[in-house]
Write a protein that binds this ligand. Structure first.
Ligand code: ZN
Length: 384
């Protein structure tokens, strides 16, 4: 992964390049951007650049010994830590990132914009909640205390510190007083879920969403889709490149009809037909379920924009426009906003191995309550 492989993000790239050029690399950094915004990809490109032996003006050289090793993430001085689940026949409390390093390298080589759901699916583990455990924290402290192999920087890329839990406090001393030539990069999708003690010790880089043209160009070139289709996908993606890639890989179906029928069922609130709907929905993979909810979020955001600003500014197909016009009879902006908060919680809960059946059945009734204007709808509290 090079900076040039990441579309746009000029301010973020400039900030990182300047750190190196001015020899002011902050030793603890936190890159924050929602899923699909490219925070991990930036961390990968940045660490390659830091280690490159023949740095170019705005990217790594690609030909030096370090870059060649980095092509396969085979640099022994770069350590990766990420949430783990029950893995193969290991005891959960003994499982560390290094146990799954081969899977991890495959995953980030395949798609550096990956989501936690992708990762959990890759590990083929069900029924345990992803986290970064205490053993891992102790291991990080040990690894970074060792001499570097190549005599330069030792780099830790810790993906999703929101899964550290309180054990993350063990890392505070390391973050505060790291050994010489150590760079720790936390890559987060959700700053609100990180220990504040960690945030306060890091230099923060906020990673912005990709803009529509960046996503459209990326998938037009990489997936050879037509210009119009690239635009449509970019419209749906709302800045999330991971989602756009999924649609291009056809891991994602056309969700518009499915969303409409779900909303209709929620509105009528008949438990029997809701169960029947779920029976058809259940076989979808977690990734597909997430993509479906992402689509729902896109739809509701465009619905709100449509009410505020009219049809000239919304990014929707003709079919979606008809649906929005029909739905205006049932929902308004406050209701759409309440529905968005239900969907956002679902996005967070799906990779955490929530009981999806209970979640979707209960949420369907909640969405029905919202649409029917029931007073004081409270969100269910079964989320992990
Ligand atoms: Zn190089």
């Amino acid at each position: 992964m090079y900076f040039k492989d990441i579309p746009g993000k000029t301010p973020e790239k400039q900030q990182l390049l300047q750190q190196v050029k001015q020899n002011k690399i902050a030793h603890a950094q936190l890159f924050v951007g929602k899923e699909g915004f490219g925070a991990l990809a930036l961390a990968l490109a940045f660490s390659r650049y830091v280690l490159c032996e023949n740095k170019q003006e705005d990217d790594a050289c690609g030909t030096c010994d370090s870059c060649k090793k980095y092509d396969h993430y085979a640099k022994p001085d770069v350590h990766f830590v990420y949430p783990m689940i029950k893995y193969k026949n290991l005891k959960r409390e003994d499982t560390k990132s290094t146990n799954a390093i081969v899977d991890w390298k495959e995953a980030i080589l395949h798609n550096p914009f990956l989501s936690l759901t992708d990762w959990v699916e890759k590990l083929e583990g069900e029924g345990s909640t992803p986290n970064i455990n205490v053993r891992e924290c102790n291991d990080i402290i040990h690894q970074l205390s060792l001499m570097s192999f190549d005599g330069g920087y030792k780099i830790l890329i810790l993906w999703l510190p929101e899964y550290l839990g309180k054990d993350g406090n063990r890392l505070l001393k390391l973050i505060e007083e790291p050994p010489d030539q150590t760079l720790i990069i936390f890559v987060s999708h959700d700053m609100d879920a990180i220990l504040t003690t960690i945030i306060s010790r890091c230099q923060v880089l906020r990673v912005t969403p990709f803009d529509r043209d960046e996503i459209a160009n990326y998938i037009y070139q990489k997936y050879k889709s037509t210009n119009q289709r690239s635009q449509e996908i970019a419209n749906m993606a709302d800045g999330n490149l991971h989602f756009a890639i999924q649609v291009c890989n056809q891991e994602t179906k056309d969700f518009s009809d499915m969303l409409i029928s779900w909303m209709r069922l929620a509105y009528t609130g008949n438990p029997v037909t809701i169960q029947e709907w779920y029976a058809g929905f259940e076989p979808l993979s977690k990734n597909e379920k997430t993509a479906f909810i992402e689509y729902g979020l896109h739809f509701l955001r465009q619905f709100i924009l449509f009410q505020y600003a009219g049809q000239e500014v919304v990014r929707i197909t003709d079919h979606e426009k008809e649906t929005i016009q029909r739905m205006q009879k049932v929902i308004d902006i406050p209701k759409a906003t309440a529905m968005i908060s239900v969907f956002e919680r679902q996005i967070m809960a799906i990779p955490r191995n929530a009981n999806l059946k209970i979640m979707f059945l209960t949420d369907t009734l909640t969405l029905g309550d919202i649409m029917n204007g029931k007073e004081s709808v409270s969100l269910p509290t079964y989320y992990p």
